[in-house]
Design a protein around this ligand. Structure first.
Ligand SMILES: Cc1ncc(COP(=O)(O)O)c(C=O)c1O
Length: 392
């Protein structure tokens, strides 16, 4: 099915978009495990290298299985172009290298994944790009933070791990009014629950490692947007610098996309049940989940997302000891830093995903020692709740 067949609904495209059946008549998408492609003659090789003829050359640039994944994800996000990368971090790096240059200023949410912050503050800043960090939910702070040289606004929504929301439409308006770009890491919602491009964003970032795979098997990422920003600029980085996705991983992600919508809604239901249950527990100090009516941005979540997603974070009474005790007492949940798996995972952000931040950075972002993050999966919710021993 070609992407032009946008007349099909989301769930149909998630299963079929991007697949061009070969002469073998395969039902499932083939994995093209080949590093290079063979030309009919020297003239064709020259024409492909000179961009005079379309077609595959080398799998660092394009590969049919990877392209199927790219076309399918682009279709689901509503973008005209997608570049698949070796990891989510490679997607963010490729975006930076493709769209920024020395002297540019980036305004970014302070509530972002730990490695993303380090990439910005410790690596990209060495190449003359300036970064300012603002509170995700404070639209005025974003407006005030804009400078003449602001080229890019970057955020995750909901953010990891405290599930604060960014108002995508308002931030897109701010970006557009100053000729800047808005990039949204859509890892937590996926296009099944939220489509940032529809709300005015220019770029969508994915760690495919998370819900796009959905079963914790492969590391990968993607940048989605239009032909110019992604198809030319970000693709140019991929082609030359080479943070490319492997065909096997692309195939796994394709299989993941087939069930994405079903999983995201079922996971959201489980997560809502868990968040409601945690709210009533005396050993729990605070619960962070956009599906709870007392979440400070509940209304925004309802208007911007189709469901609340699978990440529930909560603070227990006490400090790190209490959080670690609860984590260590689980028998079913996996103690791992990954998220987005059908297997429920439990994490202590302060000592793992955000451990390389300074104490001050963690404090200003609200990553406390008693905070626990759960990525809710698809096990029976009663089994998940029974495994969280709150001691009351
Ligand atoms: C929101 C978010 N963005 C990006 C990444 C980076 O993705 P990857 O681990 O695939 O490089 C992660 C990883 O946990 C993440 O949670």
């Amino acid at each position: 099915m070609q992407d032009s067949e946008n007349r099909y609904s989301f769930s149909t495209r998630a299963i079929r978009a991007g697949h061009r059946r070969t002469n073998e008549g395969e039902q499932s998408e083939p994995i093209f495990t080949t590093s290079s492609f063979v030309f009919e003659n020297a003239a064709q090789a020259a024409a492909r290298f000179a961009y005079q003829e379309e077609g595959n050359v080398y799998s660092r640039f394009t590969n049919p299985t990877v392209r199927t994944f790219e076309e399918r994800l682009a279709s689901l996000e509503g973008g005209s172009s997608c570049v698949a990368t070796a990891s989510g971090m490679a997607a963010i790096l490729s975006m930076c290298l493709g769209l920024l240059e020395a002297g540019d200023h980036v305004l970014t949410s302070q509530s972002i994944f730990g490695a993303t912050r380090l990439l910005f503050a410790n690596i990209m800043s060495r190449f003359g790009v300036e970064f300012d960090f603002v509170a995700l939910d404070d639209v005025d702070a974003w407006r005030r933070g804009m400078r003449k040289n602001t080229k890019l606004l970057f955020l995750e929504t909901p953010a990891n791990p405290l599930t604060e929301l960014g108002d995508i439409a308002s931030l897109a308006e701010i970006a557009r009014s100053k000729n800047a770009l808005l990039a949204v890491d859509n890892c937590f919602c996926t296009p099944a629950l939220q489509r940032p491009l529809d709300l005015g964003a220019h770029i969508v970032i994915h760690s495919a490692t998370k819900y796009l795979d959905g079963q914790g098997r492969c590391v990968g990422g993607a940048v989605v947007g239009d032909e110019e920003l992604v198809g030319e600029k970000v693709f140019g980085i991929l082609r030359t610098a080479g943070p490319s996705m492997s065909p096997f991983n692309a195939w796994v992600f394709l299989k993941g996309l087939e069930t994405l919508q079903l999983r995201m809604h079922a996971i959201s239901e489980n997560a809502t049940r868990l968040a409601q249950w945690l709210t009533g527990q005396s050993a729990v100090k605070r619960v962070y989940y956009p599906g709870l009516e007392d979440h400070p941005q509940y209304e925004l979540a309802c208007s911007q997302q189709r469901a609340s997603g699978g990440i529930v974070s909560f603070e227990v009474n006490g400090g790190r000891d209490a959080a670690w005790r609860l984590i260590d007492a689980t028998e079913l949940l996996s103690i791992t830093a990954n998220l987005g798996d059908v297997k429920t995972t439990i994490t202590h952000p302060a000592s793992t995903t955000h451990s390389r931040w300074t104490e001050e950075q963690r404090e200003s972002a609200g990553i406390t020692e008693n905070l626990i993050r759960i990525s809710v999966g698809l096990e029976d919710i009663n089994d998940i709740m029974a495994d969280i021993r709150l001691g009351d």
